[in-house]
Design a protein around this ligand. Structure first.
Ligand code: FMN
Ligand code: SF4
Length: 652
């Protein structure tokens, strides 16, 4: 008997058979060029189809010139897009997959205003109500433009169908144009589109249906609750779906949460790991109770157990497992083959998937850098021409990935770690509040290394003696770093501790804490939360614009809310000038003004790490390949560690 009978059962949507209930919901890959789909995107989607996804909804594609952003965002508002989408549809079909296209217009939200040349474009919306998150004042769409855009949805759908997409999904969610028309707080119009706020969506549905014919499924993506300032609440969304359902034109509803229009709603657009798996299901259930067609639910469904439970409870008919398949394109196949332990579970870190979008880089995954690199580093691995004896020094993300890849390629690999447990810095990172799932990164890599046949030696630091005894053909140095102590007057006082010591439970922390953050990443935010939850008074001095400046926006915004709620006082633009007993002297990084914070029991320095180069320095005269990966090169993040581990494993 199958463990996930509901998740693996097929479903018919207007005559199109989905082989299971596992959906890769639409997600920008940031790999378009000049707004047009590329071969890299086709290879990316092909990998998910090969991996067995039941339905792939291809990324948002702009339907009209008023919806166009920078070139890496996809468009479908001219016929020039058709060959690129055809290549994607063909690639998915070649593996028995089903792919729908998604129709997108941001209105005043999301990519509104962004252009390829860096200037700010006019953003269009139902009414001139600014978007809090983008601080943009949009321009009200004249009625004639509204009608033109309605027709553009239908024309775009026709193009996607002509390219071979099996169905079409309309974006009615995330605070984009359709939801701006639906929302009485953003649609203040007095014309027909204001008198009846559903009219814009209903006209789009009619126009799309007329232009794609009766054969193709047509879906509506909608936020079950926008969960943010001036967003559409669940009660209003449920009524909207009920009204749309009465039209009888929509074949499925795809329920998410959140909105790009506000900071609080924005967190839910790609919910970070601090948010519970499957939390959107109750919103989906409320909609499902009012509609006659299947409902997809999406939001942190990262394991088949979560998905099956939602289906079993009748809260939805299909589950979006989107980052789950960015992280593991083979997810559906592994579930089908009952290889559950082999699933590389998405940890909701947002770092390399949506995080890459803000950096202008192609989509990837912190745990699986092969993702988004299907035509390069992510190509199927080949066996090494000559099997070597490989020694990997360091069992953090870089060493584990290098070892797994090298062993998979036929090398005989032994991995050493000086500690008693594999995982390196990940084992500290997972102790931060709300970040326990981060440990999954190490667990997944350990499983991959074990499966590939890597031998592991714990409690043994690698030095030159060991290398001379073992005499490997090649070495991967992945020894990471050690805490970095900045030079500052008073640093050597006993009440000055390192953030990593706090995480390791080695520091004696008093009641009143000043935390100085020179990394602007997860550590200071997490330590601040941890100490504040323990009842300490926490003041956080940040050497930059804001705490979390260097981490993904939704993760940062969520954490900023938590710290505010806990009463942590955050001071931006502050550098540490000196420590004098209970007084901490700080200097504004721009004005140069100096201020003293009094009554400090403990100063915590979140100053990151410095690279450990001892092993590398000892290798002079070693007669074999040496590869360096991760923080021992220079301390960065787990993403670079895993990527460089992959590169080392492929180079051997
Ligand atoms: C990189 C990235 C890009 C996204 N782009 C889109 C998009 O184009 N259209 C859309 O409807 N949702 C988009 N989303 C949201 C996803 O479809 C999905 O709702 C979200 O990732 C939460 O689901 P998950 O927890 O299964 O990943 C995007 C998500 C990610 C990670
Ligand atoms: S980068 Fe993080 S959130 Fe994104 S797919 Fe990978 S594990 Fe999931």
């Amino acid at each position: 008997m199958r463990r996930f009978p509901r998740l693996l059962s097929p479903l018919d949507v207007r005559g199109v058979t989905l082989r299971n209930r596992i959906v890769s919901t639409a997600h920008g890959t940031f790999m378009s060029e000049g707004g047009l789909p590329t071969g890299r995107i086709a290879a990316y989607q092909e990998a998910r189809a090969r991996g067995g996804a039941g339905l792939i909804i291809h990324e948002a594609s702009s339907v009209h010139w008023t919806a166009v952003g920078a070139g890496r965002y996809a468009t479908c508002h001219t016929d020039a897009c058709i060959p690129g989408y055809r290549a994607i549809a063909d690639a998915v079909h070649a593996h028995g997959g089903v792919v729908f296209g998604q129709l997108y217009h941001p209105g005043r939200g999301d990519i509104a205003g962004s252009t390829s040349d860096g200037s700010i474009a006019v953003s269009w919306a139902p009414s001139p109500v600014p978007c809090e998150r983008l601080q943009l004042m949009p321009r009200a769409m004249p009625t004639a433009l509204v009608r033109e855009v309605v027709a553009a949805y239908g024309d775009a759908a026709r193009r996607l169908r002509a390219a071979g997409m099996d169905g079409i999904e309309i974006m009615g969610h995330h605070g984009h144009l359709v939801s701006q028309f639906l929302n009485p707080r953003t649609n203040l119009r007095t014309d027909v589109y204001g008198q009846d706020r559903l009219r814009f969506l209903m006209e789009i549905i009619e126009d799309v249906r007329a232009k794609i014919g009766d054969a193709a499924p047509l879906g509506l993506r909608i936020a079950g609750d926008e969960l943010g300032f001036l967003g559409l609440p669940n009660a209003e969304t449920v009524e909207i779906c009920a009204a749309i359902d009465r039209l009888g034109r929509i074949d499925y509803y795809n329920v998410v949460a959140g909105s790009c229009s506000s900071f609080d709603g924005g967190i839910h657009v790609v919910p970070p790991m601090a948010i519970a798996p499957g939390y959107v299901a109750p919103f989906a259930a409320a909609i499902k109770a009012k509609v006659t067609k299947p409902v997809i639910v999406t939001g942190r469904i990262n394991r088949p157990e979560v998905a099956e439970a939602i289906l079993a409870a009748g809260q939805a008919d299909l589950c979006g497992m989107t980052r789950a398949m960015i992280c593991d394109p083979e997810l559906a196949r592994k579930i089908t083959e009952d290889r559950i332990a082999d699933i590389r579970v998405c940890i909701g870190c947002n770092q390399a998937c949506i995080g890459h979008g803000a950096k202008g880089a192609a989509i990837s995954c912190i745990q699986f850098p092969e993702s988004g690199r299907e035509t390069g580093l992510g190509r199927p691995k080949t066996r090494a021409a000559q099997a070597k004896r490989v020694l990997v020094a360091g069992g953090g993300p870089a060493g584990l990935k290098a070892a797994a890849v090298a062993a998979e390629r036929g090398h005989s690999v032994t991995l050493y770690d000086r500690r008693a447990r594999l995982g390196g810095q990940v084992r500290l990172a997972e102790t931060l509040p709300g970040r326990a799932e981060f440990g999954g990164l190490a667990d997944n890599l350990i499983h991959e290394a074990e499966r590939a046949g890597v031998a592991v030696v714990l409690g043994t630091a690698v030095d030159r003696d060991l290398i001379d005894r073992v005499r490997p053909d090649a070495i991967v140095v992945a020894t990471g770093g050690r805490p970095y102590w900045p030079h500052v007057d008073g640093r050597d006082s006993g009440h000055v501790v390192h953030a990593l010591d706090v995480l390791e439970g080695r520091a004696n922390v008093g009641a009143s804490v000043v935390l100085v953050d020179t990394r602007l990443d997860w550590t200071a935010m997490g330590v601040a939360e941890k100490l504040a939850r323990d009842g300490r008074r926490v003041r956080l001095a940040v050497t930059g614009h804001m705490a979390g400046q260097n981490i993904q926006g939704m993760v940062r915004d969520h954490w900023a809310g938590v710290l505010h709620g806990l009463g942590v006082a955050v001071a931006p633009y502050m550098r540490l000038s000196g420590i004098d007993g209970a007084a901490v002297v700080l200097q504004h990084m721009v004005s140069g003004a100096v201020e003293t914070w009094a009554d400090v029991d403990t100063v915590v320095l979140a100053a990151g790490q410095i690279q450990a180069t001892e092993l590398e320095d000892s290798l002079a005269g070693f007669n074999g390949d040496v590869h360096l990966a991760g923080d021992c090169l220079t301390p960065r993040t787990a993403e670079e560690a895993v990527l460089e581990g992959l590169q080392a494993g492929l180079a051997l």
